[in-house]
Design a protein around this ligand. Structure first.
Ligand code: ADP
Length: 692
């Protein structure tokens, strides 16, 4: 029990001893601080020592578990105390090279700056050099001492703390105060004199504000740095900093200065930009001016060209309008691009707008086809005959051309309509004139030949009458009479033909129609010819469907038609050839055909042989005599009977002339009597230009 008592007594003794031992490891750290350096450290009205440094030291003490004793004193005393080793540290000191020779510094508590304070209204002090010749206040032992040393002719008044120095500035004792910026502002605010003082120039000396130990006290230095690091990590440092500096009075002069700098910078930038814009504008204006004058020149040239174009277009329009040919232009889509006056007249339209290629489809399909061909790129030409109302029939030569652009691409077509009716009529008139001249030359020949023969016969008769035997005279007379008769017949035929054709031309050729058997008229005429050409070696045949066909006709004229056709067939058929006369009966018409195996008529001449004075070929026709009015007269006679005549012929093989007569009966007495004698005589007359 006694033993337990001793043990219980020993435990507090040991605990106390251990506590004592630990207190020996971390002895109390004595820290000095300025007694009037707010807000870092200062003794307030109530005698409490407080400030940023005091709070940091207390927090460090708590963090490190080290007792810290903080002693406020005048700043100079604090410096001397640390130097003399009377204190272990100074809680806050601005770091400088000269101080580093005497003390060791912890990591920075914060960044500090020294500035120049002047009274409001002071304009001549802006930077350190401006302090030359003036009286300035500084705090004893402050880093500002080092700064003002370099200023010549300056009178420095040293105060033991910054408040005294600022008061000296306020009451005009000094011209400026050089000291810690934050402390200065703090004091001014607390004195409520902020409006009277301003800070000028840039911060003079940006330094680190640290705790300081005796030179070489690495243990304490390490301890303080470790603690400081922890305070920064756990946010305690920030809390203390905000407590003392977070609501720092705004340094309006610096703000103004910054504002001025910003405004100035903006102004400079604006001026530069304006100058650049102005310069750019000027160079742009120059470019625009030169472009404008270039454009004006180009414009003028364009205007000139446009005028020339308009002039040439007007001229082209005039030319197009004055051209007698119709000209129409179409796009490949078939829309009209333009048409001249002549075209509109020919097409009988007022306005060209309505015109399209399609519009030709109904009336003039051939032009439509031509347009399609031209759109495909080929030229199309054709002669056309148009019925144009009051203008009658006109002859048009239509040419359609493709309008080709670059690379031969068809961009449109042009239709040219050339009216050659007048030219054709003129040519026809010329041709007719030529034919007439030929006819008269031919007529003279036709007249002269039989006259010469008759004259020759008369001379022979005269010769025989003067001296010759009785028999001679007899023979001569017989020969001459035959010759004279034939040539008189020939002359008579010629004269008859001329009279009849003239009558037909003037409308005096009239028919003496009677109801009579046309079959016998044609048969008799054929037979009379057969008798005449017996010795010519040409076979002649007659064939009919009906023996009798009563109808109204002029027997004499029908005979002349048949004799004329037969005389041509005989003229143009060689020895050994044949002639066929055929009658086909129809209900309304009777068909009479005269076919031969003669030389035939070329295709291109078949349409002409019924024209007046026309002979196919002089050289051929001359084989036999002829005036070229036979077929023309035949046509007139057939047409007088209300009929028609046509020819079909193969050149070199023979020809067929076909007559179609309408079967009409007159309410008259039939007359079947046609004298044979008359027929034979007529055949002799019609065949009088054929020499047997
Ligand atoms: P012509 O009095 O000169 O015979 P036509 O008017 O009777 O005149 O005939 C005109 C022309 O037609 C003739 O010159 C001849 O060239 C041609 N012709 C007429 N009939 C025939 C025929 N049967 N065979 C060949 N040619 C013919």
């Amino acid at each position: 029990m006694r033993k337990t008592y001793w043990i219980l007594l020993l435990i507090p003794v040991i605990f106390f001893a251990l506590l004592q031992a630990s207190a020996d490891v971390h002895p109390t750290v004595i820290v000095a601080g300025d007694e009037n350096y707010p807000p870092y450290e200062f003794v307030d009205k109530n005698g409490a020592y407080k400030g940023f440094n005091i709070d940091v030291m207390k927090a460090l003490s708590d963090e490190l578990g080290v007792r810290v004793e903080i002693r406020p004193m005048p700043w100079q005393d604090a410096l001397e105390a640390l130097e003399a080793g009377k204190v272990d540290a100074i809680q806050g000191m601005t770091r400088s090279a000269s101080r580093e020779e005497k003390f060791s510094f912890t990591n920075a508590l914060l960044q500090n700056a020294q500035v120049i304070f002047v009274r409001q209204g002071t304009d001549n002090i802006v930077e350190l050099h401006d302090l030359k010749g003036s009286t300035i206040a500084i705090q004893s032992g402050d880093i500002s001492e080092e700064l003002v040393e370099r200023i010549p002719e300056v009178q420095v008044i040293i105060y033991s703390n910054q408040e005294q120095a600022i008061r000296a500035l306020l009451d005009g004792t000094v011209d400026a105060f050089v000291g810690n910026r934050l402390t200065g502002l703090y004091i001014l605010q607390s004195l409520k004199q902020f409006d009277k003082i301003k800070i000028v120039g840039e911060p003079l000396y940006i330094t680190e504000y640290c705790a300081a130990t005796q030179k070489g006290n690495e243990v304490l230095l390490g301890l303080l740095n470790t603690g400081l690091g922890k305070l920064k990590q756990n946010g305690e440092y920030d809390r203390i900093y905000n407590k003392w500096f977070g609501e720092t009075v705004t340094d309006r002069s610096i703000l103004w200065k910054k504002l001025i700098i910003i405004v100035n910078s903006i102004l400079v930038v604006v001026i530069i930009v304006i100058s650049m814009v102005f310069y750019w504008n000027r160079s742009l204006k120059k470019i625009v001016d030169s472009r404008t004058s270039e454009l004006a020149a180009v414009n003028q040239e364009l205007y000139r060209q446009q005028e020339r174009l308009e002039q040439s277009s007007r001229l082209r329009g005039k030319i197009l309008e004055s051209i007698l040919d119709g000209i129409i232009a179409f796009s490949t889509e078939g829309e009209v691009l333009g048409a001249n006056h002549a075209a509109k007249e020919l097409l009988q339209i007022d306005k060209e707008e309505s015109l399209t290629i399609e519009s030709f489809k109904a009336d003039s399909s051939f032009i439509y086809e031509g347009c399609l061909q031209a759109i495909q790129g080929s030229v199309w030409k054709k002669s056309l005959i148009w019925e144009k109302g009051s203008k009658g029939t006109i002859n048009i030569e239509c040419s359609i051309y493709p309008i080709k652009g670059p690379e031969e691409k068809v961009e449109g077509i042009i239709i040219v309509l050339h009216d050659y009716t007048e030219r054709k009529l003129l040519n026809e008139a010329k041709e007719y004139d030529k034919l007439k001249t030929e006819f008269f030359a031919n007529m003279s020949h036709e007249f002269r030949t039989p006259l010469s023969v008759i004259l020759a016969a008369a001379q022979l008769l005269e010769l025989k009458a003067r001296g010759g035997t009785q028999q001679d005279i007899k023979d001569g007379i017989a020969k001459s009479i035959t010759s004279i008769k034939q040539n008189v017949n020939r002359l008579s035929r010629l004269v008859n033909n001329i009279i009849d054709i003239t009558k037909a031309d003037t409308g005096f050729l009239q028919l003496q129609q009677k109801n009579q058997n046309i079959v016998s008229i044609i048969e008799d005429a054929t037979m009379s010819v057969a008798a005449l050409i017996e010795n010519k070696g040409i076979n002649i045949e007659f064939d009919t469907d009906v023996e009798e066909k009563m109808m109204a006709c002029d027997a004499e004229k029908i005979e002349r038609v048949i004799l004329n056709l037969l005389s041509n067939s005989v003229k143009f058929t060689q020895k050994g050839g044949s002639i066929f006369v055929r009658i086909q009966d129809g209900e309304k018409h009777i068909r009479i055909s005269v076919r031969d195996t003669g030389i035939g008529i070329p295709k291109d001449k078949q349409g002409l042989i019924f024209d007046r004075f026309r002979q196919v070929d002089k050289s051929i026709s001359r084989v036999s005599e002829g005036s070229g009015i036979g077929l023309s007269l035949v046509k007139s006679l057939v047409e007088l009977h209300g009929g028609s005549i046509s020819v079909e012929s193969t050149y070199g093989k023979g020809s067929v002339f076909e007559i179609l007569l309408p079967v009409i009966l007159l309410e008259d007495v039939d007359d079947k009597h046609v004298t044979e004698m008359l027929n034979t005589k007529k055949a002799e007359i019609e065949f009088s230009d054929i020499y047997f």
